[in-house]
Design a protein. Structure first.
Lengths: 112, 117
């Protein structure tokens, strides 16, 4: 079956450290993969998009990698801050489709 | 900065009643999405419009849910009758074009939190 999996357990890290979140998928041939941030009671906010032929994308303190062999994307936040605490969602666009499939999200808590 | 508007923000209803949600996308955005998000899960696409046409409604429970975007601008999602299992956050999003066309960023509204008693 087709699945997109993110760690359902919350990730707690100390301020200043690098947070690394994982998005694994099975039985999809992806075209694009996106990462979103969602705060409680609010809609997701787009962060980054990476294409299947790209290995890495960066934006300020954020970095996304995409390994289509491992069927995995990693999302890194460097020099993390308490304001980075939120749920982070990955969303995959299968090739030949118009519909993004979202993972369940991982809750990140950055401790001061 | 332009935003996606949704109303109401919160809705409490009894089962078997009808409910309706409204969404106004960012001006100029051709693609509009309705998602349902159950607490602790990711958003699940219910219906996707390109202008006034439905592109995908494969996950929309058509026996009780309906959606329209008559003039290709704002949209309404209706549930009739509501069931206990419909309690969730209903999110509307819009993008410039269909996913995969290069302008893939989806801009989400604040959502409507539905509680069915």
């Amino acid at each position: 079956s087709q699945k997109i999996e993110q760690n359902s357990e919350a990730l707690n890290i100390q301020e200043g450290k690098t947070a690394t979140l994982t998005c694994n998928y099975t039985n999809y041939s992806p075209a694009y993969l996106q990462w979103y941030r969602q705060d409680p009671g609010r809609g997701p906010v787009f962060l980054l998009l990476i294409r299947e032929n790209e290995k890495e994308k960066r934006k300020e303190r954020l970095k996304v990698t995409f390994d289509t062999t491992l069927k995995q994307s990693l999302f890194h936040i460097t020099a993390s801050q308490p304001a980075d605490s939120a749920t982070y969602l990955c969303a995959l666009l299968p090739s030949g489709t118009y519909k993004y499939i979202f993972g369940t999200g991982t809750r990140l808590k950055v401790l001061a | 900065e332009a935003e996606v508007a949704q109303s109401p923000r919160y809705k409490i209803t009894e089962k078997s009643q009808a409910v309706a949600f409204w969404c106004d996308p960012i001006s100029g955005h051709a693609t509009l999405y309705w998602y349902r998000q159950i607490l602790g899960q990711g958003p699940e696409l219910l219906v996707q419009f390109q202008d006034e046409s439905v592109v995908d409604d494969s996950q929309l429970p058509k026996d009780r849910f309906s959606a329209e975007r008559l003039k290709g601008v704002d949209s309404t999602l209706k549930i009739q009758p509501a069931e206990l299992g419909d309690s969730a956050m209903y999110l509307c999003a819009s993008s410039l074009e269909l996913a995969g066309a290069g302008a893939d960023t989806q801009y989400f509204g604040p959502g409507t939190r539905l509680t069915v008693l």
